[in-house]
Write a protein that binds this ligand. Structure first.
Ligand SMILES: Cc1cc2nc3c(=O)[nH]c(=O)nc-3n(C[C@H](O)[C@H](O)[C@H](O)COP(=O)(O)O)c2cc1C
Length: 328
């Protein structure tokens, strides 16, 4: 039976188990956005403990999409050698590694963006701090091209996959939400699908395209789970190899989660998986290896991502193996 330590094959890539480190911003860069030795140490420390897949934290594809002055960047070719050092160090741990590429849209500030704050519509978005200027069609095309250029840098640096950030209220999540981009679901999906198609064209069978989908806003008038599932189907049809399911405008935690429960996004992710028919990874409140193993055995999701628990305990994967072996 398929469990937490079963390998997973997607296209020509084999993941040695079903444990992922989800993208988690470290704010370890300087104003240039470059990789530092601290980044490498952080990721290698966790990969060495037996993580199957590492998703490196959100890296901005253009300076005006930066949300934190110390955020990692992927907006400039000069950053590729540092990114290559990071990718190679994690791959040396027999871990599949990718990087999340992002534009912050209306969640940036003029100070972090170095210019006007840009969003699908003008005004302050939920979770934003400053009024944004509405993007024109040609400006959207330039951002799509910036995502493609960021993906190309990731592949040049040797990453196994690219994850497009479409969750947590950042730009592509702003496009998908009716609260920040009124209109039909088809219209709201236009820019996210343009990004997927532009990146897809660069990804061969030895590499993967992941999309982190904020599949529900958990806000009145916001994106619903039913719409999130339809969006997932459209993203998969456009060529996404794996969906990473999380929250939308409201962020990476539902507002009313029971802190004692495990895997608060697992039911939503299982619904996405059934609709989109591509492998699904999910993070969110998973700390117990037995629960993680159960989510895989029950076929609800294909991989689990362990975020905060792996920040606290870098050896989570090794300890999970020991805990599950002790039961066998
Ligand atoms: C410090 C920190 C930084 C995060 N940065 C990112 C990020 O860069 N991109 C992203 O998609 N999610 C980010 N998240 C959300 C996590 O990937 C994950 O979805 C969330 O922590 C829930 O999973 P957990 O309960 O296992 O921690 C971050 C979370 C934390 C705690």
């Amino acid at each position: 039976m398929t469990g937490l330590f079963s390998p997973l094959q997607i296209k020509n890539l084999t993941l040695k188990n079903r444990i992922a480190l989800p993208p988690m911003a470290n704010s370890l860069s300087d104003d240039s956005g470059a990789v530092t030795d601290k980044h490498i140490k952080h990721y290698v420390r966790r990969a060495e403990a037996g993580v199957g897949m590492v998703i490196v934290e959100h890296a901005y594809v253009r300076r005006d999409g930066r949300v934190d002055a110390r955020q990692l960047g992927i907006h400039d070719d000069a950053l590729v050698p540092g990114l290559r050092r990071l990718a190679e160090a994690v791959k040396a741990c027999d871990t599949v590694v990718g990087i999340q590429i992002t534009h912050g849209g209306g969640k940036a500030t003029q100070a972090t963006a170095g210019g006007p704050v840009l969003a699908p519509a003008e005004g302050i978005i939920p979770g934003g701090a400053e009024p944004a200027v509405a993007l024109s069609t040609s400006q959207i095309a330039e951002i799509v091209a910036a995502f493609a250029a960021g993906a190309r840098r990731a592949l040049d640096a040797g990453f196994d996959f690219v994850e497009i950030h479409g969750a947590h209220g950042y730009l592509l999540s702003q496009f998908l939400s009716p609260l920040t981009n009124p209109g039909s679901l088809e219209g709201r999906l236009r820019a996210p699908l343009q990004v997927v198609k532009a990146v897809r064209a660069l990804v061969d069978d030895d590499h993967l395209l992941l999309y982190r989908l904020g599949a529900s806003d958990y806000m009145p008038g916001g994106l619903t789970e039913a719409e999130g599932r339809r969006a997932a189907g459209a993203l998969a049809a456009a060529g996404v190899d794996m969906l990473d399911v999380s929250g939308g405008l409201n962020g990476s935690q539902p507002p009313d989660w029971d802190k004692k429960s495990q895997g608060y996004f697992v039911p939503m992710a299982a619904g996405v998986r059934a609709e989109a028919k591509v492998p699904v990874v999910v993070a969110g409140g998973i700390t117990d290896p037995h629960a993680a193993d159960r989510f895989i055995r029950e076929g609800q999701v294909d991989m689990v991502a362990i975020g905060r628990a792996m920040l606290v305990n870098p050896d989570w994967a090794a300890r999970a193996r020991a805990a599950l072996d002790a039961d066998a």
